[in-house]
Design a protein around this ligand. Structure first.
Ligand code: RB5
Length: 156
């Protein structure tokens, strides 16, 4: 199967097993994966891994990123602190799909304590297989970048 792009993945200590399952699934889908840790269930900090993956995506090393913590909330927040990152935290596939189609999301977060293995796979597949639609959505995506630069977008 052809390699479809490099996906960066990271998690905190709550999601080691979920990450292992998703790495295997990404391989089945034909994606190459770079694992940014964590590597053990010893207590760690989700911002470390959210930032590691976010930097790899923002810098162009990885095409997309997937990050997992207990809820998906903290690690998604951490990822979104890096300029250029649009990370969506999802617990169902519709939002994952629409985050790509309308928001050009480049990272996905989910919670290992929130979604089970098969739902997580469906979320990941929906995220990775949906193309950004561009067009009328581009102005709004550009506005997100403008907010990062400190612009007041209320007058647009
Ligand atoms: C760790 O206990 C937990 O707070 C973390 O995995 C995540 O859910 C934070 O948002």
């Amino acid at each position: 199967m052809a390699v479809q792009g490099l996906i960066g993945i990271g998690c905190d200590h709550t999601a080691i097993e979920a990450k292992r399952e998703i790495i295997a699934y990404l391989g089945e889908l034909g994606y190459a994966v770079r694992d940014f840790g964590a590597d053990s269930p010893e207590r760690t900090h989700y911002p470390v891994y959210g930032q590691k993956v976010a930097r790899a995506v923002a810098g162009g090393e990885c095409q997309k990123g997937i990050v997992i913590c207990g809820t998906g909330v903290g690690i998604g927040m951490a990822a979104n602190k890096t300029h250029g990152i649009r990370c969506v935290t999802c617990s169902e596939p519709y939002s994952a799909m629409m985050s790509r189609a309308h928001n050009d999301a480049n990272m996905l977060a989910f919670g290992a304590r929130v979604v089970g293995g098969e739902m997580a796979k469906l979320i990941v597949k929906s995220f990775l297989e949906t193309e950004y639609e561009g067009g009328r959505h581009q102005q709004r995506v550009d506005m997100l970048a403008d907010i990062e630069r400190g612009a007041d977008v209320s007058e647009y």
